[in-house]
Ligand binder design. Structure first.
Ligand code: ADE
Length: 227
């Protein structure tokens, strides 16, 4: 079973995304265990449960302190060996499908969610093994990024999705966007499903779907398209 440990100052923010749909089912099937740890439990100052402090050099904003984070990571490492200690941050490596594929093969992962103006840089230098950004925009904290990473990784664990083919035929798995899909009725308000899909001619349908994938990728994501 895969273990994912998430360290955060806002555990509640992760409740809903981690407990529905595929993530919920994967947990119930015993494919993954995701534990959310409140960083404040590791604060040196248990009265105020403080985990941030002013930055050296007098810049604006607060910085997450080194001790609570080191204590939280050390406590986890006493129980397991981790493949990666991930930090979510807008200046990390851009997350994509190949990274999700590779993380889905891990046994144990820690995800540390950033907040405020970031974390004491010594944590990144000495404890973090992978820094991930989910896109070129700034979130209030790393929790939503951690939820995105968990969702995309866990659905790739064999057995997580009912239809095994389904994860493999996703957009991006072969660097092509998925073809359009339709369901009944075949005509609605005069808008028709392409005739080819109703033809029952399986080989031609697959050819059409591939052509659509190539056309959509060239038009919408030329950066992904390779001849
Ligand atoms: N924290 C804040 N913004 C983020 C982003 N774009 N990706 C990952 N973590 C973040």
């Amino acid at each position: 079973m895969m273990h994912i440990d998430i360290i955060t100052v806002l555990p509640e923010l992760l409740d809903s995304p981690l407990n529905h749909s595929i993530l919920k089912r994967a947990k119930e099937k015993g494919l993954v265990e995701i534990n959310v740890h409140d960083l404040r439990d590791y604060s040196l100052d248990q009265r105020h449960r403080r985990v941030d402090d002013y930055p050296y050099g007098g810049a604006a904003g607060m910085v997450m302190q080194i001790e609570p984070i080191d204590r939280a990571i050390s406590a986890l490492k006493e129980k397991r060996n981790y493949d990666e200690v991930i930090y979510t941050s807008p200046d990390g490596e851009m997350f994509n499908q190949p990274m999700a594929n590779s993380l889905s093969m891990a046994q144990n992962l820690i995800i540390l969610c950033g907040h405020y103006k970031g974390i004491d840089y010594r944590i990144r230098e000495h404890l973090i093994t992978k820094e991930i950004s989910i896109g070129d925009y700034v979130l209030t904290g790393g929790e939503l990024a951690a939820a995105v990473i968990c969702d995309s990784v866990v659905r790739l664990i064999p057995g997580a999705i009912g239809d095994e083919q389904s994860a493999l035929s996703d957009s991006f798995q072969d660097n092509l966007l998925a073809p359009p899909v339709y369901t009944r009725p075949a005509e609605y308000k005069g808008w028709r499903v392409p005739d080819i899909l109703l033809s029952g001619h399986q080989r031609k349908i697959e050819e059409w779907q591939h052509e659509q994938s190539v056309e959509r990728t060239k038009r919408l994501r030329p950066d992904l398209y390779k001849d």
